[in-house]
Design a protein around this ligand. Structure first.
Ligand code: HEC
Ligand code: HEC
Length: 239
């Protein structure tokens, strides 16, 4: 297992060298640049050996771009990617993000859960009403009425596997693990939920059939835009 990661890293560093900053000429193509990425992110989400490899195809471009910057700048930690992204410019990463965002993708089939009717009710309340007493907006207020995300920075919640969802909430809630900008609206929301609520919603979401498309940015109310400004202020790359 250690050996294969080593082999992978040497392949990656060779390819990363070939795909230097964009200023070094136009001979590289996007297909070339993303070769090292595809070694790990083939298409669907999967668990291999000790690591979880999330799907990146079809996620919103601004969301992917922010994650690439998070890995490069140490706000989200996974060493093989940090090495690969170390010398990449924002511009270059934006192009890669757009490439993966427009890649066609088939969602996995819904997975049945064993939640009680009380648990289901509580999850549905979080999804569509939130809890004003805890200053928790509905998930759908930011992730879109159909929970399919809001362009360009907010990813959808359907079609993501349980293990991935559980790991993301673990990252936001556990101070020791980095998962994106902190503080930001999503890490604040994840910390306000109870562990029971998290356990239920990471089972409920994968049971929902995927339908519809991501919403446009204008569905976000000004107070939510303000609340998520660290993430939403990235206009998709231009500095
Ligand atoms: C050695 C395997 C490996 C390589 C190579 C790799 N990734 Fe990753 N990538 C991962 C793993 C594992 C994660 C999940 C890490 C985490 O969440 O802590 C991840 C996460 C991501 C995410 C965040 C996904 C999400 O939904 O939040 C993006 C975007 C991403 N990778 C893009 C890329 C791109 C683009 C490349 C090529 C430049 C690349 N990766 C190369 C393994 C890899
Ligand atoms: C105030 C707005 C807001 C609310 C409300 C909100 N989110 Fe989010 N969420 C975001 C933003 C912004 C991101 C992107 C985070 C990033 O770029 O790191 C995000 C990201 C996520 C992701 C990561 C998706 C991926 O592909 O990795 C999950 C899962 C998630 N939210 C679940 C939820 C759930 C469940 C709720 C309701 C309990 C919720 N969110 C409520 C703003 C919100």
């Amino acid at each position: 297992m250690k050996f294969s990661i080593f082999v992978l890293l040497s392949m990656i560093s060779g390819l990363a060298g070939a795909a230097g900053p964009a200023s070094s000429g136009m001979s590289d193509t996007l297909d070339e640049r993303v070769k090292p990425c595809i070694i790990c992110h083939r298409d669907a989400d999967r668990i291999d050996r000790d690591a979880y490899f999330p799907r990146i195809a079809g996620k919103p471009a601004g969301y992917l771009y922010n994650q690439l910057r998070n890995f490069r700048d140490g706000r989200r930690y996974y060493q093989p990617m940090a090495i690969l992204l170390e010398n990449m410019s924002d511009e270059y990463m934006l192009e890669i993000a757009q490439y993966f965002a427009s890649m066609p993708y088939t969602y996995p089939a819904p997975v049945a859960h064993t939640l009680s009717s009380d648990e289901i009710r509580s999850v549905e309340t979080l999804m569509h009403s939130g809890d004003p007493k805890r200053d928790l907006p509905a998930c759908s207020a930011c992730h879109g009425e159909k929970l399919m995300g809001v362009q360009p920075h907010i990813a959808g919640l359907l079609g993501l596997p349980h293990a991935y969802l559980a790991a993301q909430f673990g990252g936001w809630r556990n101070g020791g693990i980095m998962r994106g900008q902190t503080p930001d609206c999503m890490s604040e929301i994840a910390k306000k939920l109870t562990q029971e609520e998290v356990n239920a919603l990471v089972l409920w979401l994968p049971s929902q059939p995927v339908s519809g498309q991501s919403a446009e940015a204008n569905v976000l109310t000004p107070d939510l835009v303000q609340r998520c400004r660290t993430i939403l202020s990235e206009k998709g790359g231009a500095r």
